[in-house]
Design a protein around this ligand. Structure first.
Ligand SMILES: Cc1cc2nc3c(=O)[nH]c(=O)nc-3n(C[C@H](O)[C@H](O)[C@H](O)COP(=O)(O)O)c2cc1C
Length: 377
């Protein structure tokens, strides 16, 4: 395993097509998914030489907290389907490496267990557009010890991901001959991930959408449990801000006016993201949106994600003004193939790339990246 991409190749062999397709896929034509990579590839550095880079460090503070790495793990739903105990694995590995993983609302692991066994303090919610339901969820999060809340705003409705329907990964989930065949032909996943999960903890449920446990995975209630999300508006953000004492961030920001709106309602940060190309197909990449968002909210934390696969990608994002970066799919592939050890290895590989690339760029500190000379390829 020499780079993050290597984990994807191994995961593709290990996972049934329905699960691999769910993780790897984007919306409709994959326009935004491809743009995420293309926009990184189109940027080139103009490095400086003979700078004495022997004192370089990639440590980076966010909200006053020091981190050993300038990247963390993005929230990913259904992680426990791809990797055994995936949510805990991601959180544990990130913490051990001096970073953090954001626990997803769409996870199948009770958030209390992720908090107790993984730590990190970051939770991402898909809030329903109703204040009573939101309030109860916030109380649950505070009791569990979370202190950073990410509200994802780019999922008012489910995206059109045709690959999921084609591969048999479609809500409400049904056990079909296609899924049974995928299970038979991927025994390591069937026994080591899904079977082990059901054996250890029973049928997975949607645990963290609301204050109480949601429906089981194979349930017709699933669609009903997500209704009212399209009613969500900035008014709900105001409501959350008034009740949530911790840090509050909005994820899915691509327009500078939305970043300003988040600042005006008292948010502490925004995550500039097109959801890994999984929501509106044709949305610009987080990287493309970043400079305008940075300019709009110079004093707010700006985090970016989407398509980051190399140390140079992390550094390009930081050079364009990001305060921190998130990486999604590669770390889930690493969890799927090699558990905690795999995620640690993947994070180490990326950290080594960041370190090497800082030296090659002539940079000692992350702060020195701002204003670094880059050109369009
Ligand atoms: C399998 C999968 C599940 C995801 N689930 C969520 C989620 O529950 N909440 C959310 O805000 N974003 C979710 N995302 C988007 C990620 O948080 C992140 O924005 C994206 O994966 C970053 O792109 P990358 O995978 O290219 O690094 C998910 C992404 C993937 C790949």
């Amino acid at each position: 395993m020499l780079s993050l991409q290597d984990f994807e190749h191994r995961a593709k062999r290990r996972l049934p097509l329905s699960i691999f397709g769910y993780v790897s896929g984007g919306g409709e034509e994959d326009l935004s998914l491809r743009a995420n990579r293309a926009d990184f590839d189109a940027l080139r550095f103009q490095p400086r030489i003979l700078c004495d880079v022997s004192g370089r460090s990639q440590r980076l503070a966010l909200f006053g907290q020091d981190h050993a790495l300038p990247f963390a793990i993005a929230p990913m739903g259904f992680s426990a389907l791809a990797a055994y105990d995936g949510d805990v694995v991601l959180a544990q590995a990130a913490r051990e490496m001096g970073s953090f993983a954001i626990c997803s609302a769409a996870s199948l692991t009770p958030l209390e267990r992720v908090a107790a066994q993984g730590g990190g303090g970051w939770f991402q919610c898909y809030i329903p557009g109703e204040e009573t339901r939101i309030g109860a969820l916030l109380d649950r999060l505070l009791t569990a010890g979370f202190d950073k809340l990410v509200v994802t705003g780019d999922v008012p409705v489910a995206a059109n991901r045709e690959n999921n329907a084609k591969n048999g990964f479609d809500a409400p989930f049904r056990i079909t001959p296609q899924l049974i065949w995928q299970g038979i032909t991927h025994p390591r996943w069937t026994l080591g991930t899904m079977g082990r999960e059901i054996w250890t903890r029973g049928m997975p449920h949607f645990e963290n959408m609301e204050a109480v446990q949601g429906p089981p995975l194979f349930s017709r209630d699933l669609v009903r449990s997500t209704i009212a999300r399209d009613r969500l508006s900035w008014t709900h953000l105001d409501f959350i801000r008034a009740r949530w004492p911790g840090k509050l961030l909005v994820k899915g920001v691509l327009h500078p006016d939305d970043a300003r709106r988040a600042r005006d309602c008292g948010c502490d940060g925004v995550i500039v993201s097109n959801h890994g190309g999984r929501q509106l197909d044709g949305a610009i990449s987080g990287l493309r949106a970043l400079p305008a968002v940075r300019e709009a909210v110079p004093d707010m934390a700006v985090i970016v994600d989407g398509g980051i696969r190399r140390g140079t990608d992390v550094l390009k994002a930081l050079a364009l003004g990001a305060d921190f970066t998130l990486v999604g799919r590669p770390f889930l592939y690493a969890a799927a193939t090699d558990g905690v050890e795999g995620v640690r290895h993947a994070m180490k590989l990326l950290a080594e790339e960041v370190d090497r690339d800082m030296a090659l760029l002539g940079v000692n500190r992350i702060e020195d990246l701002r204003g670094l000379s880059m050109v369009k390829a």
